[in-house]
Design a protein around this ligand. Structure first.
Ligand SMILES: [Zn+2]
Length: 247
């Protein structure tokens, strides 16, 4: 039995689903389990047939289990992209947070988020992961994944020392860039999203992929309205985030 990589893990519950890392660790990816019970999620993440896993599993009461050694590549991200990296499983540590998902978007319990924060602080310190590399699965799998959800408490997590956060700019009901738009403002938006790390082609044409990237951004950073339209609040929040990197 391997011993946990962190003092925060109560136990090691080994999953057979892992392989060799092909990249250095740069990112921490947060997920919700999206299943009715913790037991069902843990069974899935530790069964060979499922072909899925994560490094850590955080129950609603704050209990942390390690499933895969950090040195190994766990299978939580699937097809993914961030900042020109396509194999995010190789480049990340994955945490599955017990929550039923969008079918039941209830608040994450405080003690669970405190546990995620303690674990995240420890991982980010040991692996030199910068705050803007603490990401949602939805950030790196645009159009495919929506977890851990717009109801995930990113602000609280940042206050507890994990992740990059700025208060979202107020939603003003202003005009917006939206599908069908084109030109330099669209190009600027696409470049800003790409510079931050999102998969975003700088084409100058606001297509379905652009709307998907904007929606992914909103789900994490401007959760009050997720509509794939880049209104002034969305653009201001993105600018503020970009300006805050390394600050
Ligand atoms: Zn996920």
């Amino acid at each position: 039995m391997p011993s946990p990589d962190t003092p925060h893990a109560a136990d090691f519950r080994p999953s057979p689903n892992h392989g060799e890392r092909l990249r250095p660790i740069s990112s921490l990816i947060l997920h919700y389990t999206g299943m009715p019970t913790a037991a069902a999620a843990l069974a899935l993440l530790t069964s060979a047939e499922s072909q899925v896993s994560s490094h850590y599993f955080v129950d609603e009461d704050g209990t942390i289990l390690q499933l895969v050694p950090e040195a190994r590549r766990a299978w939580h991200a699937g097809r993914s992209f961030w900042a020109d990296e396509e194999d995010m499983n190789s480049a990340s540590i994955g945490i599955e947070i017990v929550h039923p998902g969008h079918d039941d978007p209830r608040p994450f319990p405080d003690r669970q988020i405190e546990a995620v924060a303690a674990l995240g602080r420890d991982i980010c310190a040991r692996c030199a992961i910068v705050p803007q590399r603490v990401l949602a699965h939805s950030d790196i799998a645009i159009g495919r994944k929506v977890d851990p959800g717009e109801f995930f408490p990113w602000k609280t997590l940042a206050e507890l020392g994990v992740g990059h956060y700025v208060a979202p700019a107020p939603i003003a009901g202003s005009a917006a860039l939206e599908p069908g738009a084109s030109g330099e403002p669209v190009r600027e938006l696409q470049r800003a999203l790409a510079d931050y790390g999102y998969r975003s082609d700088v084409s100058g044409a606001y297509d379905a992929a652009s709307a998907g990237a904007v929606a992914a951004f909103q789900r994490h950073f401007r959760p009050g309205l997720i509509d794939g339209r880049a209104d002034s609040s969305t653009i201001a929040t993105l600018r503020a985030l970009a300006a805050g990197i390394g600050a």
